[in-house]
Ligand binder design. Structure first.
Ligand SMILES: [Fe+2]
Length: 299
């Protein structure tokens, strides 16, 4: 039982190994459900969808506050996000409507968030599903030669930001502040004469799981390649070929789980194991909020 004896909550699987839906069948409050049980389910299954609870943005903030800390304000993040709450820790996801390939959130900095929360303020009329996949299963599906390749070579994300771009992105006019933020995020920075900056970030495409027992394919390669094929290469500057990308995109599509949003849904994702993305959408209804943070429990 996830809550007190007066209320009932149903737990349904997304697949055998990952994802559980926690469905309110009576009038349970999401703030009263048993946190220990939630934590255990989260650690076992990687992502939890809370559905059927009476929620608004304040409930979302309170519930996520009760399980996480170290909320990030997305400084240096890859896309534009609209800020929802005063301290800048609740943000929108809808900068644009295109498909987003599966990715680990902010896997282009040294210490990405370990938990990603989503709140569905309003679902799209159609399409726009959030996509999810298990990075452990992704690794398992790789061919042996691909596993070998990704163990030998790391990913390199080079980039250049013009002056107005870094001013915008890092919310400062001070180059030293930008350099400090970038370096604290594990990016090497070079400042050019015209005050543009060149930076690079190098990381493995595969990571050890939280318990160190499994390998996890989690990174931002698929999305980076989709947005700009030149935005990522291997760390020896060799190309990540179309053939490599076909194998990876085929696996991604095969093991993708879709979340069809309902108003008020809350989604909690383990960003050390689970990749997420979204299908394209075409209407102006979709309003999904996100929080990036760390667990407030032993993890
Ligand atoms: Fe994301």
């Amino acid at each position: 039982m996830l809550t007190n004896t007066n209320t009932k909550i149903e737990i349904q699987p997304f697949s055998e190994n990952v994802g559980r839906k926690i469905i309110n069948t009576e009038n349970a409050s999401i703030l009263e459900i048993n946190k220990e049980e939630v934590i255990n389910l989260f650690k076992s299954y990687g992502f939890l969808l809370f559905r059927g609870f009476e929620t608004d943005v304040n409930t979302f903030a309170e519930f996520s506050n009760s399980l996480s800390n170290g909320f990030m304000d997305y400084t240096g993040g890859a896309i534009n996000r609209r800020i929802i709450n005063e301290d800048g820790t609740i943000l929108t996801v809808n900068d644009f409507k295109d498909e987003m390939k599966l990715h680990g959130e902010m896997y282009y900095i040294k210490k990405p968030p370990q938990i990603v929360w989503f709140f569905c303020a309003n679902p799209p009329l159609k399409d726009g599903e959030t996509t999810i996949c298990d990075g452990e299963q992704f690794f398992h599906e790789l061919s042996n030669s691909m596993k070998d390749l990704l163990r030998r070579k790391k990913l390199k994300f080079p980039g250049r930001l013009k002056k107005e771009d870094w001013q915008n992105k890092y919310k400062t006019n001070d180059l030293n502040v930008v350099k400090e933020i970038c370096e604290s995020q594990g990016r090497e920075v070079q400042i050019n004469e015209d005050e543009s900056i060149d930076f690079k970030f190098i990381c493995s495409a595969i990571h050890k799981s939280r318990t160190e027992q499994k390998d996890v394919f989690i990174n931002s390669l698929l999305q980076a390649k989709k947005v700009n094929p030149k935005s990522v290469c291997f760390d020896d500057d060799s190309e990540i070929t179309d053939e490599i990308m076909s194998e990876l995109n085929e696996i991604a599509e095969k093991i993708t789980i879709e979340i069809n949003w309902q108003k008020g849904d809350i989604l909690m994702i383990d960003n050390t194991r689970i990749m997420h993305g979204r299908r394209a959408f075409y209407d102006d209804q979709r309003d999904i909020y996100v929080r990036l943070c760390f667990p407030a429990f032993p993890f």
